[in-house]
Design a protein around this ligand. Structure first.
Ligand code: FES
Length: 152
């Protein structure tokens, strides 16, 4: 018995499948926009920020902490093998979310956007930032420098 699909049914089937695909392609980004991903910084997170020796005393580097930048600084005169000689904090300025940087000349964290200054404990020293930078814990395991946030 010949079971050919009539031409009209085949066209309707293809048209229906195309409409379903178009609907999915249209709705997916809308749904993704309406349901944002979990904010970073919730819960405990730990990342390998650098290797021992990547920083000299009085140097800092920006690294990726979840989906936000963070900054790791080896204090002036600090020992690269001693975790307590490092400080780490978010690099997202509390004013308008610019990325801060370490100023070796000032030995401070500095936000270039509006001249905000923070000390190495993340406290605001001057400028418009309304709140301190969130500090992270630093630990050395083997040759890796791990940074951990315990924000609830
Ligand atoms: S965004 Fe940092 S001081 Fe304005």
């Amino acid at each position: 018995m010949d079971e050919k699909i009539p031409r009209r049914d085949a066209i309707n089937y293809l048209l229906g499948a195309g409409l379903v695909a178009l609907g999915g392609a249209t709705l997916y980004p809308v749904i993704r926009y309406m349901i944002p991903p979990k904010a970073s910084g919730s819960g405990t997170a730990s990342v390998s920020a650098a290797k021992v020796g990547d920083l000299k005393p009085n140097e800092g580097l920006i690294f990726k902490f979840g989906d936000a930048p963070a900054i790791l600084v080896l204090r002036p005169g600090g020992d690269p093998y001693t975790a307590s000689d490092y400080v780490a904090m978010t690099a997202v300025c509390t004013h308008l979310n610019c990325t801060v940087q370490y100023r070796t000349d000032l030995k401070e964290i500095w936000c270039a956007c509006h001249n905000g200054h923070f000390d190495l404990q993340g406290r605001v020293m001057s400028g418009p930032p309304p709140a301190p930078l969130d500090m992270y814990r630093v630990a050395i395991k083997g040759n890796e420098i791990f940074v951990t946030s315990e924000k609830a």
